[in-house]
Design a protein around this ligand. Structure first.
Ligand SMILES: *Cc1c(COP(=O)(O)O)cnc(C)c1O
Length: 366
């Protein structure tokens, strides 16, 4: 079955004798005791089961675990590690997860943050107790591209797991499991939800091993699970994911070209551009370049803020992956410790008409 077909049919586990075409929402927190029945919604629920089945198939894994946020999904992986384990993660890792490692897991896990595009540095970061390598590609907000296959090879040699935050690419454009990853992580809040109205996260596994059993225990025992409503809405949103992603990527490519030819712009970061340092690897491991781009404004942070204020169709708000275009000066959001340049603007390119988006950027930059 092709991706577009699976996205529409893969989340249906309807067992109702009335045969509704769409999976009903099962709000009940508890189930009549029977040999085959579910027991309690924190442990499992028909809508979560449908969502997890859908996600596992989309990412070419064997099982999935849905969470109440992307951070809850990421943290579940760290919680499943033995205390005293070492992990290697990107120096530009999603700041919320990097903060979680540095605060919640302080004194529990050891971590090295490294430039994942520099394979020698990655290799030199391994320690005897390294149990996990975490990659995020394309990364947030510089759209750095990590060679998943190459890092997977290093991790395998050292008997460490490889997890990949696939939020920016989505399974429409990239399947980390096919490239050697053991676990795929998503913030479903972004492109999966796609309408800026659902918070969620997910993990997908290549194999059902001892580590995955620990992850599932964190999910159901820790209890950071999504509601039946959230699961229902995610299944519904994912039906259009392949078409939305094509639109996002098509629009982002045009805007990236427009911006890179504009005199007021210093530099554009989008993996689809030939001059992007990760373009070759992205072309090898992705079938599309995604819907997020960043750029630096020549005249600095103040000029960047002024541009954002002048725009009509790009809403000045954080997050990404929704049908509406969102824009923000990233360093202002990430705080004083950020490595992100002060004049860098991140855009989540939406599905408004391309002419309107181009016209708006053009007037904003005048
Ligand atoms: C948003 C995001 C997260 C965190 O997800 P939440 O749903 O906000 O908890 C993790 N990784 C990436 C790449 C993200 O964009």
């Amino acid at each position: 079955m092709k991706l577009e077909t699976y996205a529409i049919h893969g989340g249906n586990i309807v067992s109702d004798t009335e045969k509704p075409v769409v999976q009903p929402i099962t709000m009940s927190t508890t189930f009549v005791h029977q040999p085959e029945s579910m027991i309690y919604t924190r442990a499992n629920n028909p809508n979560r089961k449908a969502l997890e089945q859908l996600l596992a198939g989309l990412e070419k894994g064997v099982d999935a675990a849905a969470f109440s946020s992307g951070n809850a999904a990421g943290v579940a992986v760290f919680q499943a590690l033995e205390p005293g384990s070492h992990l290697i993660a990107p120096d530009d890792m999603y700041h919320g997860l990097k903060n979680a490692i540095l605060t919640i897991f302080k004194g529990v896990l050891e971590a090295t943050f490294v430039d994942m595009t520099d394979l020698e540095k990655v290799e030199a970061s391994f320690r005897p107790n390294t149990k996990l390598v975490w990659v995020e590609t394309p990364s947030n907000p510089l759209l750095k591209v990590t060679d998943i296959e190459a890092v997977a090879k290093l991790a395998k040699e050292k008997k460490a797991l490889l997890a990949c935050d696939n939020t920016f690419a989505t399974p429409v454009f990239q399947n980390p499991i096919d490239l050697g990853a053991d676990i795929v992580m998503h913030s479903s809040t972004k492109f999966f939800g796609g309408h800026s109205d659902i918070l969620g996260g997910a993990l997908i596994t290549k194999v059902e091993d001892e580590f995955w059993a620990k992850v599932k225990n964190v999910q159901t025992g820790g209890g950071a699970v999504p509601s039946p409503m959230d699961c229902y809405y995610l299944c519904r949103s994912i039906k259009t994911l392949p078409y939305r992603m094509k639109g996002h990527a098509e629009h982002a490519m045009v805007l990236a070209n427009f911006l890179s030819n504009h005199a007021a712009i210093e530099r554009v970061y989008y993996p689809g551009l030939n001059e992007h340092p990760g373009h070759d690897i992205a072309s090898k491991q992705m079938t599309g370049f995604g819907g997020v781009l960043s750029f630096q404004v020549k005249e600095g942070a103040e000029a960047a803020d002024k541009l954002i204020q002048k725009l009509k169709y790009f809403t000045n708000a954080t997050s990404l992956g929704g049908v509406e275009s969102l824009i923000e000066r990233r360093a202002a959001v990430e705080g004083p410790d950020t490595l992100t340049p002060q004049n860098l603007i991140r855009v989540s390119v939406g599905l408004e008409h391309l002419d309107d988006l181009l016209e708006d950027l053009d007037q904003g930059l005048k």
